[in-house]
Design a protein around this ligand. Structure first.
Ligand code: S3P
Length: 189
C-alpha cells in the first residue's frame, strides 16, 4: 500500500532567520499558507510573554532582558516539540550560540538576505525596531549587519537573497530546496 503523501509533510519545520527587513514574516506567511502549516513568530511570543511591545521592552528593561525572553521563546518551541510549522525569528536570534543549536533542533534553517540598501529601505517604512532608534540608523544598520553576517551564514542550512527574488519566488525556492534535500518529505503541492 502506498502511504498518502500529505500526512508525511508536517514532519518538517522551516526556521527563517535573517536581518531586520529581510522578509521573514512575509515569506513565512506565504510558506505557511502554501503548505497549510502553522506560523509562529518568536517576536510575537516575546510580546505575549512580556505583556508589552518590543520597543517598550527594550526601553524599560533593556536588550538583555529582551534576549532572555527571545531565548525562552525558542526553548519553549524546542521543548514542545512543534511539527509542520514555519518559525519566523527576530533578526538577533543568532547572537546567542545556544539559540543557534535550538534553531537546528527545530528544523530546516533558511537564511533570508537582501542588499544593505534594500534592508534599509524596508526597515525605514516603520519605527518598530528599537536597535535602529539611533542618530544615524543607516550607519547602525551597516555595523549590525557586518557584525552579524558571519553568524547568519554559520547558522544557515540554505540561503535565499530576497533582493533578487519576490517573496513568492523566495518561498518557492525554499520549498524546492526542501524537496531536494529531504526526498521523503512530500508537501503534496
Ligand atoms: C531585532 C530584530 C527584530 C526584533 C527586535 C531585535 C534584532 O525582529 O526581534 O527588534 O536584534 O535584529 P525583526 O528581525 O523581525 O525585525
Amino acid at each position: 500500500m502506498t502511504a498518502p503523501s500529505h500526512p508525511a509533510a508536517p514532519a518538517l519545520n522551516f526556521v527563517l532567520i535573517g536581518f531586520m527587513g529581510s522578509g521573514k514574516s512575509s515569506i513565512g506567511r506565504i510558506l505557511a499558507t502554501k503548505l497549510g502549516f502553522h506560523l509562529v513568530d518568536t517576536d510575537a511570543m516575546v510580546v505575549e510573554a512580556a505583556g508589552m511591545q518590543i520597543t517598550d521592552l527594550f526601553a524599560w528593561k533593556g536588550e538583555d532582558v529582551f534576549r532572555d525572553y527571545e531565548s525562552y521563546a525558542l526553548q519553549c518551541l524546542a521543548d514542545r516539540p512543534v511539527r509542520g510549522t514555519v518559525i519566523s525569528t527576530g533578526g538577533g536570534i543568532v547572537i546567542r550560540p545556544q539559540n543557534v543549536a535550538l534553531l537546528h533542533r527545530l528544523g530546516f534553517v533558511v537564511l533570508l538576505t537582501a542588499r544593505e540598501e534594500v534592508l534599509f529601505e524596508r526597515v525605514s517604512r516603520n519605527k518598530t525596531r528599537p536597535l535602529l532608534h539611533t542618530p544615524n540608523p543607516r550607519e547602525t544598520l551597516s555595523q549590525l549587519l557586518t557584525g552579524r553576517a558571519p553568524l547568519y551564514e554559520a547558522a544557515a542550512d540554505f540561503t535565499v537573497d530576497t533582493s533578487v527574488h519576490s517573496h513568492t519566488q523566495a518561498a518557492d525556492a525554499i520549498l524546492a530546496e526542501a524537496c531536494r534535500r529531504f526526498p521523503s518529505w512530500n508537501p503534496g503541492l
